[in-house]
Design a protein around this ligand. Structure first.
Ligand code: AVI
Length: 336
């Protein structure tokens, strides 16, 4: 099996801030904030997997439904642009469950498939790569353990990763694009464009704007898994930076911000208190009711998706929706 798997780990590109720097900056700001990219340590990645199974979290099931129903239609459009065997790059692959649908569809059309999953969590990446190789004998995997910017830089530059003649499909599913601020999402897709040739494709999953009655429960589930996912950021600061956060002093809450069209996740201090963080040589004061803003999850209009595609060197070829128009899967085609 080993000769079908290559595993590449990348340090974050130079100039990128570290966890310690970001925590110091974020907890010294007003309002306090932390980057959602730090959710995904080994435990956080598993908690996110659990979120995907929650009854309230409609995103994963709805996207999977669209991919199940439309996989052939999607690959028909992808195929129409290209000759030869595709390779498949997945940004934020996690457990790759939805991608299995596409892997299977590709393997019905071509003899072999080169799959390049990118994920920040090497434990998740390694486990899912081994499972996939076991299930698909005609699959070859180059797993990239890196943040997106670093991985896209390597995919654009490194001789062994750069695109050759073969057509490429990049998948970016689960509405992870919604966790980027609008300028950062444009930068990211511009980097994706640099990895591709004209005519290559991107499959982008994007959650749509909808009633607050459906949106907020998806981020305030009754079982408390999203609360644990959010609070795990404090656990991580305690473990990695010698923080002394007590989880009982914070409450998870997600609200919908209509003006910005986004869910905002917060950790709200239940009392006025001080939290030392040894490695940063700092003590952070929290007033009662003060919060740390930990994540934005933007929701889109179809026009915003088209604008994003056009602004970053793509055309929007086609979009697929579920019946209730809760979620969209969009095929972008790299332009000249
Ligand atoms: C990964 N990302 C698309 C999730 C979202 O819905 O924004 C992360 C998440 N945060 C809370 N629940 C899920």
């Amino acid at each position: 099996m080993d000769d079908r798997l290559r595993f590449r780990r990348f340090e974050s590109a130079e100039g990128q801030s570290t966890f310690a720097q970001d925590v110091r900056r974020g907890l010294s700001s007003h309002p306090k904030h932390l980057s959602p990219k730090y959710f995904y340590d080994a435990l956080g990645s598993q908690l996110f997997e659990a979120i995907c199974h929650l009854p309230e979290y409609y995103l994963t099931k709805t996207e999977r439904r669209i991919l199940t129903d439309r996989r052939d239609a999607i690959l028909d459009v992808v195929d129409g642009h290209a000759d030869g065997e595709h390779r498949l790059i997945e940004l934020g692959s996690g457990s790759s469950t939805k991608t299995r649908l596409l892997i299977e569809a590709f393997l019905e059309r071509q003899d072999t498939l080169h799959y390049l999953p990118v994920d920040i969590s090497d434990s998740v990446l390694e486990r899912s790569a081994l499972e996939l190789l076991q299930d698909y004998p005609d699959l070859r995997i180059t797993a990239l353990a890196a943040d997106y910017t670093t991985a896209l830089g390597a995919l654009a530059r490194d001789d062994d990763l750069r695109t050759g003649e073969e057509p490429t499909l990049v998948t970016f599913l689960g509405s992870s694009i919604g966790n980027f601020e609008p300028p950062a999402s444009r930068t990211l897709l511009t980097h994706v464009r640099e990895v591709l040739k004209t005519g290559d494709s991107v499959l982008l999953g994007a959650d749509l704007k909808k009633s607050e009655q459906l949106l907020t429960p998806a981020y305030n589930d009754e079982l408390g898994v999203t609360a644990a996912f959010n609070l795990n950021l404090l656990v991580r600061i305690n473990r990695e930076l010698g923080g002394e956060f007590r989880l009982a002093d914070f409450e998870h809450r997600a609200i919908y911000n209509h003006e910005w069209g986004r869910i905002e996740m917060r950790l709200i201090s239940r009392r006025t208190h001080d939290v030392p963080i040894r490695e940063l040589d700092m003590t952070v004061r929290f007033e009662r009711g003060e919060y740390i803003h930990t994540e934005n999850s933007y929701k889109f209009d179809p026009e915003q998706i088209r604008d994003l595609a056009v602004a970053t060197g793509f055309g929007l070829k086609r979009s697929w929706f579920d019946e209730q128009q809760h979620f969209s899967v969009n095929l972008l085609c790299a332009g000249d």
